[in-house]
Design a protein around this ligand. Structure first.
Ligand code: FES
Length: 103
C-alpha cells in the first residue's frame, strides 16, 4: 500500500529549484516549478548521475554527467544517453509540508 511521507517544508525550495531528500532508502529529488511540485528518483537510469544537481530548463532536468534530458512532470526521457524513464512520485503540499507518495 502506498503511503504519504513528509519530506520537508515547502519554503525550502523556491520556484525553479530542486532539493534532494533521502527517505526510506530512496533518494528523491523534489522540483518546484511554476506548474507545481514534482518528485523523481534522483539517480539517472544511464549511469546513476544525480538528477537533483542537474540543470532545470523548460520543465526538464538535464543530467549533470552525460546530459540525458528528462521531463520533470513525468520522468520520461526526452534526450538520450538512455531510453529509460525516471520513476516519478506524486507530490502534494499540505500545511506547508512537502509530502511524497511512495510505494
Ligand atoms: S548518468 Fe545521466 S546521462 Fe549518463
Amino acid at each position: 500500500m502506498d503511503k504519504w511521507l513528509t519530506l520537508g517544508k515547502a519554503s525550502e525550495i523556491s520556484i525553479g529549484q530542486s532539493k534532494l531528500f533521502e527517505i526510506e532508502g530512496r533518494i528523491v529529488s523534489v522540483f518546484h516549478l511554476k506548474e507545481g511540485w514534482f518528485a523523481l528518483d534522483d539517480r539517472c537510469p544511464h549511469r546513476g548521475g544525480p538528477l537533483g544537481e542537474g540543470r532545470i530548463q523548460d520543465g526538464c532536468v538535464i543530467c549533470p554527467w552525460h546530459h540525458a534530458q528528462f521531463e520533470i512532470a513525468s520522468g520520461h526521457c526526452l534526450q538520450p544517453r538512455t531510453l529509460s524513464s525516471v520513476k516519478s512520485y506524486p507530490v502534494r503540499v499540505s500545511q506547508e509540508n512537502i509530502e511524497v507518495e511512495l510505494p
